[in-house]
Design a protein around this ligand. Structure first.
Ligand code: NAD
Length: 288
């Protein structure tokens, strides 16, 4: 079985490497060439376009930033749709709008192509270690067929519903994570303003009921002044925007997510978008 992989960024590149380690035969494509060359050096075939990758594989994975990127790569000129054959499966692992995901699955179905939305959680660390949590939307039969692929990159793999349900669950995950990031930055800023040792505060909080993976992963980076992206701040803001769009479609209110989104937008407006989500602390620093 040949597997295509399009979108070799912070997440996609280590995911593709783990698939190679598990014995999958890959053909890859990315907009910039650096990660393609890196995989090429370990014997992975490079496709010349999304269309070319689609023509050469049975299962195709996309790991792209946002809904318009997936629409362009799958349905655009020179896109996946031009190279598909009936029986092929597209697994989109990007975090995008559930509505757009369903729309893409419907277009692909007209060409006999099945789609799963399978966004992930666990960050860059989870992608490197192959321990991602994968939330899948789609048909059970297709999910089971793709299980070996999922097992090569993830640990917790759950079919959560039909097409689009994986993206919906991922947006819930992102709401929970983003509010946790804001609360962590607010607590750390208050502690610093009060003149109490922030490192000691984090140590004791993370041993109690306030503990979280967000604090365990991001607070040490903040304390070291390491703002390099594991997850880019602008992508976290994108996920809040998508969650709020979904709430709007459902006529549902998410007051805390709305406020959290504004805080992330302020940080992005201050030029922090390409930094990691932990750089939100810098927006608090600006508040004085
Ligand atoms: P990234 O910006 O590091 O990588 C995106 C990659 O897609 C880049 O290599 C870029 O060159 C490529 N790309 C963009 N448009 C393209 C196009 N039209 N054709 C071909 N390639 C194109 O982003 P990332 O952090 O790897 O995130 C990817 C997705 O996974 C996003 O939806 C993000 O929200 C989600 N996600 C990220 C993390 C994380 O911790 N980084 C965790 C879970 C989910």
């Amino acid at each position: 079985m040949k597997v295509g992989f399009i979108g070799l960024g912070i997440m996609g590149l280590p995911m593709a490497k783990n698939m190679v380690k598990s014995g999958f035969n890959l053909v890859v494509y990315n907009r910039s060439m650096k990660p393609v060359k890196e995989l090429n050096a370990i014997g992975v075939e490079a496709g010349s376009s999304p269309r070319d990758v689609a023509m050469k594989c049975d299962i195709l994975i996309t790991m792209l930033p946002d809904s318009p990127d997936v629409q362009e790569v799958v349905l655009g000129k020179g896109g996946v749709i031009e190279g598909v054959k009936p029986g092929m499966i597209l697994i989109d692992m990007s975090t995008i709008s559930p509505k757009v995901s369903v729309e893409i699955s419907e277009v692909l179905a007209e060409s006999g192509v099945e789609m799963l939305d399978a966004p992930v959680s666990g960050g860059q660390k989870g992608a490197i270690e192959g321990s991602l949590s994968i939330m899948v939307g789609g048909k059970k039969k297709i999910f089971e067929k793709c299980m070996p692929v999922f097992k090569s990159i993830g640990k917790t793999i759950v079919l959560v519903g039909g097409n689009g349900a994986g993206e919906t669950v991922k947006l819930c995950n992102q709401v929970i994570c983003a509010i946790n990031i804001v609360s962590m930055c607010e607590g750390m800023s208050l502690c610093r303003r009060a003149g109490v040792d922030v490192e000691k505060m984090i140590e004791v909080v993370n041993g109690g009921l306030g503990a979280s993976n967000i604090i365990a992963n991001l607070a040490p980076k903040i304390l070291e002044g390491d703002m390099a992206p594991g997850f880019k701040l602008r992508l976290q803001q994108k996920d809040l925007r998508l969650a709020l769009q979904l709430a709007e479609e459902l006529n549902f209110s998410m007051p805390v997510t709305g406020l959290t989104n504004q805080i992330f937008r302020i940080a992005e407006g201050k030029g922090l978008g390409e930094k990691g989500t932990q750089a939100l602390i810098e927006a608090y620093n600006l508040l004085g």
